[in-house]
Design a protein around this ligand. Structure first.
Ligand SMILES: C[S@@+](CC[C@H](N)C(=O)[O-])C[C@H]1O[C@@H](n2cnc3c(N)ncnc32)[C@H](O)[C@@H]1O
Length: 422
C-alpha cells in the first residue's frame, strides 16, 4: 500500500507538466488521458507554455520530457491515452501523432492501438489539398504487455442502432453485446466546455469519450492523470466515476473555474454514475433474450430443413437447460421432435448431418435432441411459435390444443414487436 500526501491527489496542480516528477515520484498512476497543447497555433495565455512560440523540435522535446516523467510514475499495468492530430504548416502536413509515437517508443511506451475520434466539428480551417478535419487520433500506449484493459465494460447493446437485425439473426449477434470498433464517434462540447457560466476553453475533450477510456482502463479509487488539464474534462470525469485525479495546468484561471464547476456538479454526476450500474442489469437481460431467441430459432431452422427434405414432423418442444460448459457454447437446450416413428431414423440421420455445420454449429447451443411419436404431457401449457416467427409468441397452448401453423412449443416467452426496431 502506498501512502500519498493528502494534497497530491484530487487537485489540479498549478505547475509546469515538465516538472511532474518534482511533485510525484512514486509509481501511482493507473492511466493518463490527455490532449497536449497544439503546436504554435493557440495561445493558452500563460508564460512558458508548451507549443505556442516554439520550434517543432523544441515542442517535441518538451512533450517527450512530459511523457518520460509520466512513464516514471505510471504503474506497470498502467496505460497512456493521447488525443492528438496532425496539422499543416508551410504547405505540408506535419504528422505529429507519428512523430510523437517515435519519441514515446524511444522512452519505453508501447503503442497498443490507434483509434479515430470522429467528431462533428473541429477547428474551422481547410486548405488546398487538405480536407476539413473531422477527426483526431487517439494513441493508446501501455507501459508493459500486462496492462489493464476491461473491454467487456464498453461493449454496446444499442439495439435501436442495429434495427431488427439482432432479433431475426440472434445467432450473429454476441449476447454480451457488440465490441467497440476503432472509430469512436463523440460530439465535441460546444465552445466553452462548461457552458458560458464557466470557462471558455479552446479545445475541450468530450466527456463521454473520457468516460469510455476511464472505464476501459481503471477501477474505482485508481489515479487518473492529465498533465495538460485545460478546462478539466479528465479530472472532472474521474471524480464523477469515483477515481482519484491529478491534474497539471499552467493557466490558473482554468483551474479556479474547474474547481467551481466540479463542486457544483459532483454530487449529481456521481449519482448518474451510480445509476449507470442499472445498465449492467440491462446487459444481463439482453443476454438472456438473445439466448432465448437462439434456442427457438435453432429448432425452427431444423424443422424448416426437415420440411425441405420432405419430412413433416408435427411439432417440436424446445427448452433451455442451463449453461453449457463447452467452449464456444452458451447454453444447453433440449428439443423433443414429434414425428411418425417410421420416419425417426431418416430424420435422425438428417439432423446428424446438419447440427455440426454452420449455421447451426454457430448458435452457441449444446443441443440434446430426441425424437418421439407422441407428446405425452397433455396438460402442460406452453408458448406457441410458427415456422415464420420465433421472436413473437402466437399465444399459449397445451399439447392437446395446438392449432394449425404452430410448430414449436416452449416455456420460453418472447414477444418482440419487430416494427419498433425498424
Ligand atoms: C489542448 S489543451 C487541454 C484541453 C483539455 N483536455 C480540456 O478538455 O479542456 C492544453 C492545455 O495545456 C496547458 N499547458 C500548456 N503548456 C503547459 C505546461 N507546460 N504545463 C501544464 N499545462 C500546460 C494549456 O494551458 C492548455 O490548457
Amino acid at each position: 500500500m502506498t501512502f500519498l500526501p493528502a494534497l497530491l491527489t484530487n487537485v489540479i496542480h498549478h505547475q509546469d507538466a515538465r516538472a511532474i516528477n518534482d511533485v510525484i515520484n512514486q509509481k501511482i498512476v493507473s492511466t493518463t488521458i490527455t490532449s497536449p497543447p497544439y503546436f504554435d497555433m493557440k495561445d493558452y495565455g500563460s508564460e512558458n507554455q508548451i507549443g505556442y512560440g516554439q520550434s517543432y523540435s523544441e515542442y517535441l522535446k518538451d512533450l517527450k520530457k512530459v511523457f518520460l516523467a509520466i512513464y516514471n510514475i505510471t504503474k506497470d499495468n498502467g496505460t497512456l491515452w493521447i488525443i492528438i492530430d496532425s496539422f499543416k504548416k508551410n504547405g505540408r502536413v506535419i504528422p505529429l501523432p507519428f512523430d510523437l509515437e517515435r519519441e514515446l517508443t524511444s522512452i519505453g511506451w508501447m503503442l497498443q492501438d490507434i483509434i479515430i475520434w470522429k467528431k462533428d466539428r473541429t477547428v474551422p480551417w481547410s486548405s488546398k489539398g487538405r480536407t476539413q478535419r473531422k477527426f483526431e487520433y487517439i494513441l493508446f500506449f501501455s507501459k508493459t504487455n500486462n496492462y489493464n484493459y476491461y473491454a467487456k465494460r464498453v461493449t454496446t447493446i444499442d439495439t435501436d442502432q442495429l434495427k431488427k437485425w439482432w432479433i431475426t439473426y440472434p445467432e450473429r449477434y454476441s449476447p454480451t453485446g457488440k465490441s467497440i470498433d476503432g472509430i469512436w464517434e463523440f460530439p465535441i462540447p460546444t465552445q466553452g466546455s462548461w457552458g458560458n457560466k464557466f470557462i471558455r476553453h479552446f479545445c475541450p475533450l468530450s466527456s463521454a469519450l473520457v468516460e469510455r477510456i476511464i472505464k476501459l482502463s481503471t477501477n474505482e479509487n485508481d489515479i487518473v492523470l492529465d498533465p495538460f488539464s485545460g478546462s478539466g474534462t479528465v479530472p472532472a470525469q474521474a471524480a464523477y466515476m469515483n477515481r482519484q485525479y491529478i491534474g497539471f495546468e499552467l493557466n490558473n484561471s482554468y483551474i479556479s473555474m474547474f474547481e467551481k464547476y466540479l463542486s457544483s456538479t459532483l454530487s449529481k454526476q456521481q449519482k448518474r454514475y451510480k445509476n449507470s450500474t442499472a445498465l449492467k442489469q440491462n446487459i444481463q437481460s439482453f443476454y438472456n433474450t438473445i439466448i432465448q431467441l437462439r434456442v427457438l430459432k435453432y429448432i425452427k431452422s431444423i424443422l424448416k430443413y426437415l420440411k425441405k427434405q420432405g419430412k413433416s414432423p408435427t411439432i417440436a418442444v424446445a427448452e433451455i437447460n442451463g449453461r453449457s460448459t463447452l467452449q464456444h457454447k452458451h447454453t444447453k437446450a433440449s428439443y423433443m421432435i414429434c414425428a411418425p416413428s417410421y420416419e425417426h431414423e431418416a430424420i435422425q440421420s438428417i439432423i446428424d448431418q446438419i447440427v455440426n455445420k454452420p449455421p447451426l454449429s454457430k448458435f452457441g447451443i449444446e443441443p440434446h435432441i430426441i425424437l418421439v411419436s407422441e407428446l405425452l404431457d397433455k396438460m402442460k401449457t406452453y408458448c406457441g411459435y410458427t415456422l415464420q416467427n420465433t421472436h413473437q409468441s402466437a399465444g399459449y397452448y397445451t399439447t392437446a390444443s395446438v392449432p394449425d401453423g404452430i410448430c414449436i412449443l416452449s416455456s420460453i416467452y418472447v414477444n418482440i414487436d419487430i416494427t419498433q426496431y425498424e
